[in-house]
Design a binder for this molecule. Sequence first.
Ligand code: BEZ
Length: 255
Amino acid sequence: MMTTRSRPISDEVKATPEAYGGEGAGGAGLPFTALIWGAGVGYNGARPLLLQGDLMLVLRSNPASPFVRKVRIVAALLDLDGRIELSNADTSDQADSLRVQNPLGKIPALILENGEVLYDSAVIVEYLDGLAGGGRVIPADPARRFRSLTRQALGDGICEAAVLLRYEQLWREPAQRSEKWMAYQRDKIDRALAASEKDPPEELDDVGTVALACALGYLDLRFGGDWRGRRPKLVEWLEVFSEATPSFEATRLKG
Ligand code: BEZ
């Protein structure tokens, strides 16, 4: 299980292998040296990134973020969730160290054991998939791979439009809101849901399906599940996904 902490990230997350005795992969004294990135799909020639010792990756998070949820579910599918520590970030707080870690001030951001920071969620998912050997949640087969990545883009796009709508409602007085702009965002969501209803995913454990499930979960959280009435196949698909993926319920959005 992941742990949560709310204090800001400090130097301890910038720990380097040297700080842990200077041993690299296979070094003596490390209880666990598991994952060497380099041989996985698409990483030929990449320098190895190690997840070693008892070091944790730190995920700057928010319990209401569908993008964080996607990363957490992927981590669980890859059995890496035990190596990830959640650290809540306040994206509206100028003093939050998130803005140093990711100049865009956006979550999720993943702080690696050497202090490097990865963002956005699609990049983090690719990193985790590589750590787990590659070709796991981002399939190796080109046809499946690009179908999955495209579905991830669709799910993420639903979330981006929905978050913009949410912020419009949260941060602007009714008189300031642009109905035209909100309708533009709603139409994106509607078209993406219509396309998914026509072609619900068959897979249950790749990044595209995880992204779609997280998008539907976010619409449930912030818009009262109003998509459900017109999308019976997606409702059914989400139930099947949820049953097959315990981490979906375990990461239920809150906020
Ligand atoms: C939300 O509160 O709706 C939210 C929080 C963080 C990221 C995205 C959405």
